[in-house]
Design a protein around this ligand. Sequence first.
Ligand code: ADP
Ligand code: ADP
Ligand code: MG
Ligand code: MG
Length: 591
Amino acid sequence: MARIAILLSDRCHPKECQWECQAYCPPVRMGQECIVEGPTGQPIISETLCIGCGICVHKCPFDAIKILNTPEAAETEIVHRYGYNGFRLYRLPEPPEKGITGLLGPNGTGKSTALRILAGVEVPNLGAYDRPPSWEPVLARFRGTSLHRHLTRLAQGTVRAAVKPQYIDLLGDDRRTVEEYVEGEPARVRRALEAVELSEQRTRSLAQLSGGELQLAAIARTIAQDADFYLFDEPSSYLDIVHRLKVARLLRALGEQHGVLVVEHDLALLDYLADQAHLLYGEPAAFGVIGRALPMRTAINTYLSGYLKEENVRFRKEPVRFVSHPPKPPAGRAPLVEFPALRKEFPGFVLDVAPGTLVKGETVGVVGPNGTGKTTFVRMLAGVEPPTAGQPPSGVTVSYKPQYLKAGARTSLRERGEALAADPAFDARLFERELVPGLHLDEVLDVALPDLSGGELQRAAVALTLARTATLYLLDEPSAYLDADERMAMARLIRRQVERTATSALVVDHDVYFLDLASDALMVFGRGSSRGEGRGEGPMPLRDGMNRLLAATDVTFRRDAETLRPRINRPGSVLDREQRSKGEYYYEPTP
Ligand code: ADP
Ligand code: ADP
Ligand code: MG
Ligand code: MG
C-alpha cells in the first residue's frame, strides 16, 4: 500500500525539537534514509521507505506530520502538488459555460487551489512540484476532456476570469477608497456598488469598513469586471442573512449570462445559489479529491448522508438529520434566568432589548442583520459591557466566546487545558474526553494557538468556552471560518451539552442549517425606525422567531422530502406564495 507523508511546514520547528520523527523512525534505526534533513532544514519523509507505523506522527511535539494511505484516486489524476511532502489535489471541477457550479468540501482539501487553477492564477504542475509548471503538459493530459477548452483558453490568455478571493481580512489595511478598490468602468462600478448597497460608503477608505462591508466591496469589485468567467471563494463570510440572500440573487443573475464557480459552506445558501456542485473529500492539508458534478439537491443530500456512492467513500460516520417540525415546547423545564429590559447607548446607536427568560436545557439562536446590537447584547450579559439602563441578571455564571478571536501567547491548546485544569470552574475531563474529540481538535492539540487556521482557532475557542462550568454559555458567531461539516458537528455538540447539563446557551449566528440544528428557540434582532436603533426580542419559539426573521429578510423555506432539510423557495413559486399568504416562512403551514 502506497503512502502519503505530509509535513505541515508552518508547524514544523526543526530547531526547537529533538528530531523525534527521525530518532524514533524504525526504518531509520534499521539504517534506511526514510527521514532526512532537507535543504530548508526541515525533514523530508520518504514515501517509498515509510512503513506507515505512525510513530513520527505521535512523537512530533508540534503535530506537524501526517501519514496516510493514498486515496482511491489514481496517482495520474494529481493536478497539483505543493512540494514532496506537501498537499496534493486530484482532478478539477468543470467550469460551467453558463450557470453556477458549487464546490462543497472540508477545509484544507484544495477548493481555493482548484479555483486559482481554473482562474489561471496558478498553473497546475501535475505533481511535478520540482519543475517550473507550464501549460503544455497540462493541455496534453486533459486532451479529449470537457476541461480542455477552458484550459486552452487559460493557456492562450483568451478567457477573462474575475476572482473574489477567500481572504478579505487583508484588505482592512488597504488605504484605497471603496471606489478606487472596486475599479473599472465608472458606470459598471456604480452599478456594482448599488447592487451590494455600498454606494453610500464609496468614498470611505477600506480600512474603515466592517468585515461584512469589506466582503461586499470584494464582491462588487468582482462583478464590476467585464469577464467571461467568475469565481467566488467563500462569499458569505461576515455577511448576515439579508446580505447572503442579496448576494445569492446577484450571483444568480450573473450566472444567467456567464459561467460562475462558487466555494460556499452555508448549505442553505449554496443550495439556493448553484445549479450543481462537486463534492470534495480528502484529508485536510494532505490531499483532496474532486468528485463528479451532481445536481444541487443530490449534491447536498449526498453530503448530508456522509457517503459518496460513486466513489465508495464514507466521509462521515452518521448522516445529518433534520426534523420538519419545530421542537416541542419545553414542558416542565424550569426557567434558568430572567433578564430585564436592557438598554445601551453609544454615540449614534441605541440598543433596546426587551425582557426575556432563558429556560434550562435550551439553546437559543440569536439572529438578525449586522449592526443591530447582537454582540452588544451578549457582551452586556457577559458583564463586559455595562448597560446604560437595566441590570444584567446576577447569580448566573457565564462562559463567553467573543465574536473576534485573538490567539494570544504561543501556547498550545493542550497547554491551555493543563493550565486551566487547576481551576475548579474548568472541567478538564469534559474538555479532554468530549470537547477535543467532538470538535476534531486531537490533531492540533500541540500546535501553538497563533499557528492555527481560522477554523481551528474557532473550534479551540469554543472547546475552552464549553469546558468552563457555567449556567449560561454565550457564543458569538461560532460558525465563522468553519466548513459545513464542522458547523453541523458543533451545532449538535452545543445543543447536547446544554440539554444534558440543564444549562442554557445563546448562540449568535447567520447560517440557517447551523441555527436549525443548534436551537430550541430564537432571539430576533432588527432595526428600529432608523439605522441608529437596534431592537432585540425573545427568546421566542423557533417557529415565531424564524417567521419574524424571514419576513424581514423576504424569503420562505420548504422542506426537502428526503432529508427534511430546509430549502429556500424560489421567489414567486407556488409554495412561496402560499407560505407568505399564511405567514409561515419556515415550517409547513399546519392544515
Ligand atoms: P481549501 O480552500 O479547501 O481550504 P486550499 O486549496 O486553500 O484548501 O489548500 C489546501 C491545502 O494546500 C492547505 O491545507 C495547505 O496545506 C496547502 N497549500 C495551499 N496553498 C499552499 C501553498 N501556496 N504552498 C504550500 N501549500 C499550500
Ligand atoms: P451586531 O453584533 O448585531 O453586528 P454590534 O453589537 O456589534 O452589532 O454593534 C451594534 C452597533 O453598535 C454598531 O452600529 C456599532 O457601531 C455600535 N457599537 C458597538 N460597540 C461600540 C462601541 N464600543 N462604541 C461605539 N459604538 C459601538
Ligand atoms: Mg479555501
Ligand atoms: Mg456581532
